[in-house]
Design a protein around this ligand. Structure first.
Ligand code: GDP
Ligand code: ZN
Length: 379
């Protein structure tokens, strides 16, 4: 990656706190606002007392525009963020040890949105403090494969650096809604996460009934796997898709996610089930994303936000771009700004009538563009 090195000047809110270099380290680490780690990487402070406070730090700009701070590599360890709540993260070092981490203040200052300074799935460099398995996250590596949702018009990243998302639906009970698959696939495409469609409870339906759905998504290039957590059918294939990869499990409640996970690795589904059984009271502590390791290699990611498909952050004009099968026909629309809904001479509608585009995909397109939330899972 051709990274650009640059100096950045960071302004801090004035008169926030006095510098307390003489504090003991543990205390500084626990106090998120002391700027405890300033001395670790040669940041310089300029400005006049507490009224204007600036630091100049060296950083590289990564290809994705994110800022990667210079840190003293000899002092840092590499790790992965397993979960993150507020400013506290659980980070697993490469040797498996888990550290409870706070976040270096400058990372939060540099983040466009503080909430996303450190998220589950991040690859980080951290500096252990003392011997209590506590540490400070010094740097977050550039992210790929992101799933996020909008929260008050701001992006809230739920998880970063995942390879793929498994959208679990059931053949029947709850009924299979192709529109729900489409909504989810849009969100994963947007985050550049590969989508896999898993149709569970295959024991309750005939393969012939499911064939049109399987065909639609297979033709679009998605992996489609037909499973039954009850009979074990399709689980070998599912395991081969999950092994050594990082997979987000998603899908509405009752489709069999926990049952599938328990078949893959006993106990795992239970752990995941716990997360979703929140009550109004427990909501705060349970709404977090967690990475869970698989014995066969790989990780499974679960988050209530993703389970419930609260990912909706695509504006209507963008939707068409997520229906690649429309593309060849859009050129035939009479109007260049055709919305493919009510217009005469629409190439997309003609293709649907000639069965060149699956009817279910077109219907879900219309519902999504119009903001119809009929496809949304019941909460
Ligand atoms: P989750 O909410 O997605 O985690 O779904 P669960 O794993 O809790 O499963 C919901 C219900 O569906 C339970 O009663 C399961 O026993 C049942 N179930 C799960 N998978 C299958 C399956 O493949 N076939 C059948 N017949 N039932 C299943
Ligand atoms: Zn059109």
């Amino acid at each position: 990656m051709a990274n650009k090195r640059k100096k950045i000047r960071v302004a801090f809110r004035k008169n926030r706190h006095k510098r307390r270099r003489d504090n003991n380290l543990t205390h500084q680490v626990l106090d998120e606002d002391t700027g405890a780690t300033d001395h670790l990487s040669g940041e310089r402070i300029s400005g006049k007392g507490d009224l204007s406070r600036h630091r100049t730090v060296m950083a590289e700009e990564a290809a994705d525009g994110s800022v990667v701070l210079d840190v003293d590599l000899s002092q840092c360890r590499r790790g992965r963020v397993l979960s993150s709540v507020g400013l506290n993260s659980m980070v697993q070092a490469e040797d498996g040890t888990v550290f409870e981490c706070t976040v270096r203040r400058i990372l939060r200052t540099l983040a466009h949105n503080k909430r996303n300074a450190v998220v589950a799935g991040d690859h980080v460099l951290f500096q252990p403090q003392g011997d209590e398995h506590q540490a400070v996250i010094e740097r977050v590596e550039p992210r790929h494969g992101i799933l996020s949702r909008s929260s008050r018009y701001r992006e809230h990243i739920l998880v970063a650096n995942v390879d793929q998302a498994l959208i679990v639906v059931s053949a029947i009970d709850p009924p299979l809604k192709p529109g729900l698959i489409d909504r989810f696939l849009i969100s994963t495409e947007k985050g550049e996460v590969h989508g896999i469609v898993c149709i569970n409870k295959a024991d309750l339906a005939s393969q012939a009934d499911l064939q049109p759905v399987i065909g639609t998504y297979a033709q679009l290039g998605y992996d489609v796997v037909l499973t039954s957590a009850t009979t074990g059918a399709g689980l070998d294939r599912l395991c081969s898709l999950l092994r050594d990869r990082e997979t987000v499990f998603s899908g509405q409640s009752g489709v069999g996610k926990s049952s599938l996970l328990n078949r893959i690795q006993p106990g795992l589904g239970l752990k995941i089930g716990e997360v979703s059984t929140w009550t109004g009271k427990g909501r705060h502590t349970t709404r977090r994303t967690e990475l869970l390791p698989l014995d066969m290699g790989g990780w499974v990611v679960d988050t209530p936000g993703i389970r419930q498909l609260e990912l909706w952050d695509v504006i209507p004009e963008e939707v068409e771009g997520y229906y690649p099968e429309f593309r060849p026909f859009v050129a035939h629309c009479r109007f260049p700004d055709c919305t493919h809904a009510h217009e005469e001479g629409c190439g997309v509608k003609r293709a649907v009538s000639e069965h060149l585009i699956p009817h279910t995909r077109y219907q879900s397109f219309l519902r999504i563009v119009s903001g119809d939330i009929d496809d949304m899972p019941s909460r």
